[in-house]
Design a protein. Structure first.
Length: 139
């Protein structure tokens, strides 16, 4: 399924509407529902999300893991290793703007998964990742 279709599916799953505000929980629910189609009984896991976040994927020596740029604590500010540009904390607990737009979330997953993981991330990985950072990096 394409990222665009997933974004549309998420909107339908969580009840699309002009007044509806997306949030981390609604995005997790949408990704989890999609992941459960492929893996019945799927439930998001902060532990798997932490493993995904800290894993050294081996695709890029410069950016071996998500934590390389985002720091090993999602509640902390990060810094891009190539551009030195400041990266606001991933955790919605300290950065309420995070994970409030499926379009932005898909944009960044598409870009970062290709650069760091070397492929598109699965909906299960996305649900786990958001679950982990939503807990402020605690499991």
């Amino acid at each position: 399924m394409t990222a665009k279709k997933i974004g549309v599916a998420i909107l339908f799953i969580v009840g699309a509407g002009g007044a509806y505000a997306e949030n981390p929980s609604s995005l997790i629910a949408g990704y989890s529902a999609e992941a459960a189609r492929a893996t019945p009984g799927f439930a998001p896991s902060a532990e798997r999300g932490q493993g995904f976040f800290t894993r050294k994927w081996g695709v890029s020596q410069t950016m071996p893991s998500c934590a390389t740029c985002h720091s090993d604590q999602p509640a902390a500010e990060g810094k891009h290793v190539v551009t030195s540009k400041r990266i606001a904390p991933l955790s919605p607990a300290v950065n309420p703007q995070r994970f409030t737009s499926s379009a932005k979330v898909e944009k960044w997953f598409r870009r970062n998964c290709q650069e760091v993981v070397g492929r598109e991330c699965s909906t299960a990985e996305k649900a786990d990742f958001i679950q982990f950072v939503s807990k402020g990096g605690r499991v």
